[in-house]
Design a protein around this ligand. Sequence first.
Ligand code: HEC
Length: 155
Amino acid sequence: MSSPAGFPKVCAGVVLAASVALIGCTSHDFEPPDRADRVNRAAAAYAADVFDSVSWPDSSALMLEGNTIYSEECRRCHGQLGRGDTEYARERNLAVPSLVAPDWPLANLDSLRRMIFVGHESGMPVFGDHDLTPRQIDATAAYILLSLRPDVLEQ
Ligand code: HEC
């Protein structure tokens, strides 16, 4: 009969892997000591032409993907309607600006893609280095412009 001695080790390995994955998930918003470094590295790596190859079959596919990413990655800080100042942000002392203010200087695709890719050391996570693909960033930027900012549609 074979001994089950290996079993507890396997379990411990699984538990360890799960905790590492959990730490990876929960800490990605806040890494204070190296946050500025990560932003600077992302700014240096940013190239607007990574979006050249992104294309969408139609605008509903684009909006669906943008809505999904926004809900999963942005809403907790920026709010369902993009107005910022959520409870999640307040609890962490983050000053999160509105994405829907009139005359918002970032209300164009290029500025939004760059901001999402690079982040900001004051607490806006870096998404471009590995958390989101250029395609996901493109969809989120378009979703903010076309869905959260209906004023842009009317121009
Ligand atoms: C952990 C909270 C947090 C999350 C999550 C987050 N942001 Fe931010 N965001 C911030 C903060 C804080 C700022 C302000 C940065 C600054 O001081 O300029 C900001 C700034 C921005 C700005 C620039 C606003 C302006 O007027 O300067 C954009 C655009 C933006 N975020 C988009 C996004 C998108 C899109 C996502 C999801 C992919 C996202 N953010 C996720 C906290 C967050």
